[in-house]
Ligand binder design. Structure first.
Ligand code: KG4
Length: 332
């Protein structure tokens, strides 16, 4: 089954062709990072205009790379939300136009399901599992009993972890998006600044990162006022140590509590080397841990094609041309 995946929820225009939910024949990603870098974050209107410029070329390239014809596609899967509404609309309308032109079935896919199913490309997803979803907009612990059965057990009460990374990066003068830069510098420094580990005392599996973020900002601000030198590498290492300790230990704790052996990590922050290292170091052979390779961690259409395949296999309910984009959407 050949699935055409389309993703445009934020600042990446991406089209992919995936065979049987596994074999990625093409995965073209046009990133707008360079355009938004000078603003220190994604400017929604600029993002949607750039999706419009890019989308036809990205479609064309995806077919060229995969060496398949539009007629060969069996199913179109497109991110329907959540995300920036103007950006989402470009992908959804491009996908619907393709489906109309070639008379192909279409389904709308939840963006976060896409991140989770990025794990099915290089590994086999085993159930039940716990998914730790960490991105620029989300931080969630999800229990999955089987394909497309999502139960959100914990989530952030304030900042998403990627958002905290980006804010800390901005304060210490690193470019947008800051996550990869903080990760790189963290590996050059040591965890020597005393920063809080926020576990929350309510016994829940929720997270909170705004206190940690404020602690870094205050530390930086106070040092600047006193004219003290800030060891940026050490500050990044200390921030990363605090974040990864909480993420990893809470995930293990939930897996133990629910007696689940399989853990998957998903979303842009799953590209973090420190997170991967800590998961491996603290596992001690207890769990099967799956983390996608970096190219499938951040936004891409291959993961939407894969999620679309499993969504259709689980429940072959199609959308029609009334399919619309939605900025806020629950993971059902
Ligand atoms: O999943 P994603 O591509 O977009 C959505 O939010 O849906 O995630 C982007 C986020 C950004 O906040 C970025 O800074 C973060 O993922 N990120 C990282 C790393 N690579 C990307 N954060 C920490 N370490 C990284 N290596």
């Amino acid at each position: 089954m050949l699935v055409l995946g389309v993703e445009s929820s934020c600042d990446e225009t991406s089209v992919a062709i995936v065979r049987d939910g596994k074999e990625v024949l093409s995965n073209v990603i046009n990133s707008q990072i360079k355009i938004h870098e000078k603003f220190g974050g994604v400017v929604p209107e600029v993002a949607s205009r750039n999706h419009v410029y890019q989308v036809s070329m990205v479609f064309e390239q995806a077919f060229k790379d995969a060496n398949v014809k539009p007629e060969d596609i069996d199913l179109v899967a497109v991110t329907k939300g959540p995300g920036l509404i103007g950006s989402l609309l470009v992908g959804v309308n491009a996908a619907k136009t393709f489906a109309l032109m070639y008379n192909k079935p279409i389904i709308g896919v939840h963006h976060l399901a896409g991140h989770i199913y990025a794990n099915a490309i290089e590994h086999d997803m085993k159930f039940p599992c716990i998914a730790l979803l960490v991105s620029g907009g989300n931080t969630e612990l999800i229990y999955m009993e089987d394909h497309f059965k999502f139960e959100i057990i914990g989530e952030t009460l304030d900042d998403a972890v990627g958002e905290a990374y980006d804010k800390v990066a901005r304060v210490v003068g690193l470019p947008y998006p800051g996550g990869p830069h903080v990760d790189r510098l963290a590996h050059l420094g040591s965890d020597t600044y005393p920063l809080p580990r926020v576990y929350l005392e309510d016994g829940s599996f929720n997270f909170s990162f705004s206190g940690l973020k404020s602690a870094v900002i205050n530390l930086h601000h106070n040092a600047m006022q006193r004219g003290e030198e800030i060891r940026i590498n050490d500050l990044c290492a200390s921030f990363q140590a605090s974040v990864t300790e909480v993420l990893v230990r809470k995930t293990f704790k939930l897996a133990e509590k629910m007696n689940v052996k399989n853990i998957i990590v998903a979303g842009g922050v799953s590209a973090n080397k420190g997170l991967k290292e800590r998961f491996m170091a603290e596992n001690e052979g207890r769990f099967n841990i799956s983390i996608p390779s970096i190219k499938y961690c951040t936004d891409n259409a291959a993961m939407i094609g894969v999620a679309g395949f499993y969504q259709y296999k689980t429940n072959p309910k199609l959308d029609d041309l009334t399919l619309n984009a939605t900025a806020s959407l629950e993971l059902e």
